[in-house]
Design a protein around this ligand. Sequence first.
Ligand code: NAP
Length: 548
Amino acid sequence: MATCIWLRSCGARRLGSTFPGCRLRPRAGGLVPASGPAPGPAQLRCYAGGLAGLSAALLRTDSFVGGRWLPAAATFPVQDPASGAALGMVADCGVREARAAVRAAYEAFCCWREVSAKERSSLLRKWYNLMIQNKDDLARIITAESGKPLKEAHGEILYSAFFLEWFSEEARRVYGDIIYTPAKDRRALVLKQPIGVAAVITPWNFPSAMITRKVGAALAAGCTVVVKPAEDTPFSALALAEVNQGFLLDLDPLLLASQAGIPSGVYNVIPCSRKNAKEVGEAICTDPLVSKISFTGSTTTGKILLHHAANSVKRVSMELGGLAPFIVFDSANVDQAVAGAMASKFRNTGQTCVCSNQFLVQRGIHDAFVKAFAEAMKKNLRVGNGFEEGTTQGPLINEKAVEKVEKQVNDAVSKGATVVTGGKRHQLGKNFFEPTLLCNVTQDMLCTHEETFGPLAPVIKFNTEEEAIAIANAADVGLAGYFYSQDPAQIWRVAEQLEVGMVGVNEGLISSVECPFGGVKQSGLGREGSKYGIDEYLELKYVCYGGL
Ligand code: NAP
């Protein structure tokens, strides 16, 4: 835990004390709102049919620090990846704003840690309820800034809200231990205490869920957070703050008058441009007032943040990149395997860390699988703007992402792969790529050892189970892995041997708030969601109680 002079002097048992970070959020109609007015229409350009009609209050462009909406000296543009249209200009925070946010979170921690688990639980539950009430608007924000098809964006908002619901329940289930030592006059107690301020850095591919998966656990444990969202998708993080504020305003006045509000500074958001990400990241990850770094993103960035953590000895959770193998054994049911392949490969246009990256298909079933997979792709995938009815494949996040897929396809074809379907940029625009299936893929091709993050499915043919395991385990990352088999003995063997943190057996969709999410090898450290997720924000303290 960070050196904590404030904490030791804190002793604030009641919210609403005069403690600096503990100012209660004012209530509408009573006290003056702490937030500034919502941005006017001039600041935001809506995507036709997309953000039109959206509550302006949810489209925030300032940073959210210490319960206040604060502009920064500069702004950066956010674009709709489908059309390239400007969605708005957002506060471009720098080191100064980052330090202020850490200070606000640190001061709030003194109070938040004192709030009872039951109260934290009920406040998280209110936040969940408000997310559900606002789910349609929140989903539209995701589609506008990430390009994700609206149906999937709705799915993400539910998934995101479920983390708040789940951790509202887990908040009340943090237990310590009593240990009997050999000494008769002593008892040993183990307490679980919140770590402190968590620096939370998140990617663009799940602009809402990657935040609540961390923040739900952190707040439930009694920690406070400073969130740095991705440059491409700051609106979802800021909308969560607005909704969060909503629940504070929603509190019963009697409760508010006593102690039930979340103090300002518990949830802080500092958006910044990619240009500032390095120094803002360094500022929040090296600040002595921060005790925990929780990151989701690429392995490359994760390693930079691990250096920051090492220099100031902070706890870390790292949810990093993957290279998921999808193995189809001869005994598999082809229809089931194709359904799983479609789900695991093409969700979010192939831009999830658990998307299948390479398909390993056994010789006996290979041709039938490839034929059925190609047919399913042609029949079920429709490329388009995420707001259009029926779109299953939106744009990639930016042109760099398209260039990466294109490079992998060209590399594979130049080394002998065959294009079964797709293979090139899509006519819809510079950020679109055709869903692509390649066969005759070999391990020397880029697409088998570099995370694609796009709609490319490369198929490698193999002969034996050992060969498939060896290819899958050759990766230096290990997040998710999938395989299809009807042989129970093989299912046990392969599930145990795959070097990944999560395995889908005859199943292509595995994420669920109840289950531990995380990887092995260079896919990261720690687990999120599930009953284990809250432990990432708790410190064990041993108390030796003598003189008995
Ligand atoms: P990224 O480039 O690592 O960016 C992730 C976040 O880190 C963004 O907010 C980014 O800001 C920030 N960032 C970049 N460089 C930084 C630095 N030097 N210091 C501090 N922060 C920095 O990853 P991405 O391309 O956005 O996301 C895709 C990757 O995330 C994939 O590898 C995917 O597998 C992984 N992912 C993993 C999980 C999981 O649970 N394991 C889930 C989703 C995604 P900017 O946006 O401003 O660059």
